[in-house]
Design a protein around this ligand. Structure first.
Ligand SMILES: C[S@@+](CC[C@H](N)C(=O)[O-])C[C@H]1O[C@@H](n2cnc3c(N)ncnc32)[C@H](O)[C@@H]1O
Length: 284
């Protein structure tokens, strides 16, 4: 069958299943099956290439999974984040595009530290997206990361093994991790679970496939934010920077929480779509 026809059929089926980026997902899935990138796939389509039976059969199996709203990244086993290609799958949170901006805030803060070997900490690292971005983009820094989930850890460990020069991973709870680093850290960053327990996400991919421990943050979604604030106060040097991600409706709530915890220069930051998605603050 022609690659073009495979793509068209898959796109229509994905649209019927309610998938927003139907055409893009069909292309990324077929590129995955063919072992090429999306640009190379489109070149093959342009010259009218055909798929052999084995390719068509494998593609059909993966289309069925995506139609059932399994996340594309779980099917391909890969997620792209800044300059990284991360291993992901069932049990670990798939890093989101908006978190790239949050990592960028932490990278800027870390680069501004006048030390030959500043320390940064990522609380609740998941796939390692933020920590490994810091480690690969600020190579003179030492980056520490903590993750609690047994299900996430195999993915986290594998990503740290692949990229982790200058990055150290521990399994534990962010509330009491890194006692040995108390008062020594320049930047703490976290994208904690922040969805209120009763607010079940609408997206099927999130609701059914993202781990609950990565999503829910108590009755008002702020349970982990309180713990992140307390841990960051313990870890940071005076003048050190905290960067936290939150839901677009939570900016005022997070700013209040940090001001009440005596943080200075509490500032809200927007993502590329203009929504408030992060707060930075300085330890007194
Ligand atoms: C929203 S995900 C963010 C993952 C990753 N930092 C990212 O931005 O893609 C939150 C992560 O925090 C982890 N987590 C939740 N509670 C934790 C705790 N008490 N201690 C350490 N990690 C925790 C979850 O397992 C999950 O990996």
């Amino acid at each position: 069958m022609q690659l073009d026809s495979l793509l068209q059929t898959a796109t229509e089926r994905f649209e019927t299943a309610g998938i927003e980026q139907a055409a893009a997902d069909a292309q990324l899935l077929l590129a995955h099956v063919l072992g090429c990138n999306r640009g190379e796939l489109l070149a093959k389509v342009f010259v009218g290439e055909r798929a052999d039976e084995q390719t068509s059969d494998l593609f059909e199996t993966l289309v069925l999974r995506r139609e059932a709203r399994e996340p594309l990244q779980h099917i391909t086993g890969k997620a792209y984040f800044r300059n990284l290609e991360l291993k992901v799958g069932r049990g670990v949170f798939v890093p989101r595009p908006e978190t790239e901006m949050v990592a960028g805030l932490a990278i800027d803060a870390l680069r501004a530290i006048a030390s030959p070997n500043p320390i940064a900490v990522d609380l609740g690292t998941g796939s390692g997206a933020i920590a490994l971005s810091l480690a690969t983009e600020v190579t003179h820094a030492t980056v520490w990361a903590v993750e609690k989930s047994d299900q996430a850890m195999p993915f986290t460990q594998s990503n740290f093994d692949a990229y982790g020069l200058g990055a150290q991973l521990i399994q534990g709870d962010l509330s009491d991790a890194f006692q040995e680093l108390n008062g020594k850290v320049s930047v703490v960053v976290s994208n904690p679970p922040y969805i209120p327990n009763q607010m079940i996400p609408r997206d099927i991919e999130v609701r059914l496939f993202d781990p609950e421990i990565a999503l829910y943050g108590g009755d008002d979604g702020m349970d982990l934010m309180h713990l992140v604030s307390a841990t960051a106060l313990r870890l940071l040097v005076p003048g050190g920077t905290l960067v936290v991600e939150h839901a677009d409706s939570q900016s005022a709530q997070v700013c209040d929480l940090l001001q009440n915890d005596s943080w200075r220069q509490v500032r809200a930051h927007k993502d590329l779509t203009g929504r408030d998605r992060a707060v930075t603050a300085i330890r007194a």
